[in-house]
Write a protein that binds this ligand. Structure first.
Ligand SMILES: Nc1nc2c(ncn2[C@@H]2O[C@H](COP(=O)(O)OP(=O)(O)OP(=O)(O)O)[C@@H](O)[C@H]2O)c(=O)[nH]1
Ligand SMILES: [Mg+2]
Length: 201
């Protein structure tokens, strides 16, 4: 899929402040620093569309980007950093939890997982919560450039094993590297596939 236009539109502090648009949305969530904002820049091939930082906790609001004037990418604040720690019942960030659970036009939530790490309790806890609310999601294993292909594959296999049995089928998953641009085409194709599907209400 070709990205002809990508524009930042608005930042909102909570679900109630988000405009009630009809266009399909794709949100990016995951631990702070996992690479959510970088992935949005990779997909759109815009260097500074979403704000990236070495310091975790950079993205603090719900940020909307209009793509090809037809659908949106949504950059969310991460979880797992200092005081915004994931607590019981996802009190970590009510705004994000409410958005993920209550946003009507959200077609898929991309849950980013650091491909270098063994399964982290906080990610598993978050995914359990997503399963609980029956939200549509796909995993994206990020930063694949930081280790060998073999090591990355082994880590992904361990993670998938940790979530096996939570549902009938394994979750969809993709990989990405904002450094080598690996995964860009596949993620855009995945989005295109969802956009092509009629919405079942
Ligand atoms: N090597 C490498 N570094 C990456 C990749 N993706 C992100 N980074 C780096 O990781 C750091 C965090 O990236 P961000 O995109 O800001 O992460 P985020 O998930 O949006 O973080 P918060 O907004 O704080 O939740 C930055 O220093 C990025 O340059 C990747 O695929 N490979
Ligand atoms: Mg960010």
């Amino acid at each position: 899929m070709k990205i002809n236009s990508a524009e930042f539109e608005i930042s909102a502090p909570d679900l109630g402040s988000c405009p009630l648009w009809e266009e399909p949305e794709f949100a990016f969530i995951g631990r702070s620093n996992v690479g959510k904002s970088s992935l949005i820049n990779l997909l759109t091939e815009r260097r500074n569309l979403a704000m990236v930082s070495d310091l975790p906790g950079k993205t603090k609001l719900i940020n909307f980007f209009l793509i090809n004037k037809a659908w949106r990418l949504v950059d969310l604040p991460g979880y797992g950093y200092a005081k915004v720690r994931l607590k019981r019942r996802l009190e970590f960030n009510d705004a994000v939890a409410n958005f993920l659970a209550g946003r009507r036009n959200l077609r898929t939530i991309f849950v980013l997982i650091d491909s270098r790490l063994p399964p982290q309790a906080i990610d598993l806890e978050f995914l359990r919560w997503l399963e609980g609310i029956k939200a549509p999601y796909a995993l994206v294993f990020t930063k694949t450039d930081k280790q060998s292909l073999q090591q990355g594959r082994a880590n992904i296999a361990v993670f998938l094993k940790a979530v096996a049995g939570w549902r009938a089928e394994a979750p969809d998953y993709l990989t990405s590297s904002s450094t080598t641009k690996a995964g860009r085409r596949e993620i855009l194709e995945f989005i295109q596939g969802i956009l092509a599907k009629p919405l079942v209400v």
